[in-house]
Design a protein around this ligand. Sequence first.
Ligand SMILES: Cc1cc2nc3c(=O)[nH]c(=O)nc-3n(C[C@H](O)[C@H](O)[C@H](O)COP(=O)(O)OP(=O)(O)OC[C@H]3O[C@@H](n4cnc5c(N)ncnc54)[C@H](O)[C@@H]3O)c2cc1C
Length: 465
Amino acid sequence: MNRIDVAVIGGGPGGYVSAIRLKQYGINVAVFEKERLGGVCLNWGCIPTKSLVKVADLFSEIKESENFGITVSSSTINYKKIWERKNNIVEKLVSGVEFIFKKKEIPNFKKNVIKIEKINNEYKIVTTENEYFSRFIILATGSLPKDLPFMKFNGTNILSSKDILKMQKLPQHLVVVGGGVIGCEFASIYNQLGVNVEIVEILANLVFMEDIEVSKRLAMALKKAGIKLHLKTSIESYMEKNGQLILTLSNGKNIITDKVLVSVGRKPQMDIDFINCELGIENGFVKIDNNLRTNLSNVFAIGDVTGKLMLAHSASKQALVVAEIIRNEISSGSSKIDSINYENIPACTFTNPEIGSVGLTEQQAEEKYGQLLVGKFPFSANGKSLGIGNTFGFAKVIADAGTKKIVGLHIIGPQATELVAQGGILIGTGATIEDVKKVVFAHPTLSEVVMEAFEDLEKLAIHKI
Ligand SMILES: Cc1cc2nc3c(=O)[nH]c(=O)nc-3n(C[C@H](O)[C@H](O)[C@H](O)COP(=O)(O)OP(=O)(O)OC[C@H]3O[C@@H](n4cnc5c(N)ncnc54)[C@H](O)[C@@H]3O)c2cc1C
């Protein structure tokens, strides 16, 4: 009989990480993944997009090479080659995870789970081909792109984030519907590669989850780079004519374009039938408590399907916590497990300029703490930034005026997605302004922008007037 201790449904950064950790603990675990291990993150999300970001940034740098005293007589794009490079990187990482599974002897049943039936104290997991029995289940089935009711994805000119990554030729004109993280990243990439890009966003700001100053600065940068922004605007309807799309906007204007990327959010992927039990759902997502438990005994859920924070590292953190909880249950252990503080999970937007943020925005911190200390420092006053020829943006630190605890770090500018890790450590460990004073930041580095933003909390930044 096919009996396992823990069945993990979905092999993304939630599912595959939990399986590896459980196996490290000596627990009999198996993954059910209908596509390839790595999920959206490795196959259609984080990794392929970041390989394109590199190329887009490189092309921009080449165009600016004259500023550095280097004359490059010509540079052209071979998008097919860029696309193949992206695929090679994805292949390398996915096959790497597959190799780890093979070496660690973790079964990966490459099948769709269609049914889960509760039978006494265990669950029967039914795939399109077989049946298995398991005591514990981790639901890690992820999410799918949402479309617009009147504008369904067709894979040719109305594209999802997955479709656009399959595109082997650059369009001349691209409209991105939705100015969230994913929409802005694609807009930034294709604009840098020479595509005419417009963003249509229903809200007043791009990347609305970010600190308002950061959102505004991003809009400024994208506009300067040549992206046309239509804020507080929605798509009302569209028609096709002579192979082109004519979009009608809520302000009455029309845009004619080759392709539309619809990036208006993601919806949970959960199409499993539950028999003899009913899975709790909240706002469409699988409902979990602070210990990642669903309403069903011994059934946990992690990652995008829970809608907590739709980020790969959030899914992986949940995966490690759930593995620890299940280890305790199986071995009657009592290792202490801290529940996850989602506020302290960093978020990165890989536009040009990049954004890295962790903790509360100024607006959220004001609501929670009232009196704040805010420190800011621009990249334009930093030696390393001048050296690398990229001085756009700033770092902004927020502290609770009462306790002097650091509660937010928001960076827009060069290497912001790397620099934010410092905030992750400091905020995650509850550091105060006094604690940060013990840290020495190396010179000349971009980190000094973060250091001076910290100093500016007490108006003591050395290089600020
Ligand atoms: C374009 C794009 C860029 C992104 N960039 C970033 C980034 O830079 N940084 C970041 O942190 N996050 C990024 N994300 C988000 C990140 O990809 C997700 O948060 C992450 O993949 C979620 O992991 P997960 O394990 O919950 O689910 P997923 O990665 O979605 O994996 C779920 C898996 O479950 C499988 N599955 C579903 N149902 C079943 C079933 N019934 N039976 C068997 N298998 C099933 C699916 O095939 C899938 O492989 C990006 C997303 C997109 C779309």
